[in-house]
Design a binder for this molecule. Sequence first.
Ligand SMILES: NC(=O)c1ccc[n+]([C@@H]2O[C@H](COP(=O)([O-])OP(=O)(O)OC[C@H]3O[C@@H](n4cnc5c(N)ncnc54)[C@H](O)[C@@H]3O)[C@@H](O)[C@H]2O)c1
Length: 208
Amino acid sequence: MKITRFEDLECWQEATSLAIDIYKITSKGDFGKDYGLRDQLRRAAVSIAFLARLASKNITKTGGSMKVLILGADGYLGWPTCMYFSARWHEVIGVDNYFRRLAAMELNCEALITTPNLIQRAKIWEEISGKKIQVFIGDVTDYSFLSSIFEKFKPDTVIHYAEQPSAPYSMTNREKAAFTIKNNLISTLNLCYPVKEYAPDCHMIVIS
Ligand SMILES: NC(=O)c1ccc[n+]([C@@H]2O[C@H](COP(=O)([O-])OP(=O)(O)OC[C@H]3O[C@@H](n4cnc5c(N)ncnc54)[C@H](O)[C@@H]3O)[C@@H](O)[C@H]2O)c1
């Protein structure tokens, strides 16, 4: 059987019944003393069934109707959250200003392995999953930018990760301490107003 697409429901249904058949056949079959082969076949059957179940969960459209806006989408928590909701068929909009990447460059402590930027990540995700994540590069402390995103999308949920989270960074000097306070407080403050104006029923999740 050729598996070409993750979302191919029929293909995975076939995989499940195939796995069940393998399990049944190996229960009846005469393996003599070759229980190793029988166990290998059974393990393969269980793996196939597990993958099938996982895939069918991902393709079920249950609840997949929310518009989820993720602020800080290029970050450690932001990008996995984008993929999590996108995999469940929600419409995902990601925003980041690359502060984290620029700070790492400035301090000469970039990641050991190159990480694709937000636009590249969204492209790779679309190639792998067939699902689109819309991304915007901009600063959440810039009120007109943030409110334009709200006006355009009117999200059902916003998850705010767009902060400077590093205590050592904030303690480097007075400027970095002041930046941290301004960035983290203004970004959160800015969020309240477009929610009120454009999406008053929006769920707000703020991780600080
Ligand atoms: N990582 C954890 O385990 C953890 C645990 C508890 C709480 N948190 C909190 O969750 C939040 C996110 O943490 P993280 O580990 O993903 O951090 P991170 O630095 O990896 O991600 C934050 C992202 O926000 C972006 N950003 C910062 N300021 C911005 C702005 N003004 N506009 C747009 N984008 C901006 C950064 O460029 C970065 O990509 C932080 O508030 C952190 O304190 C994290």
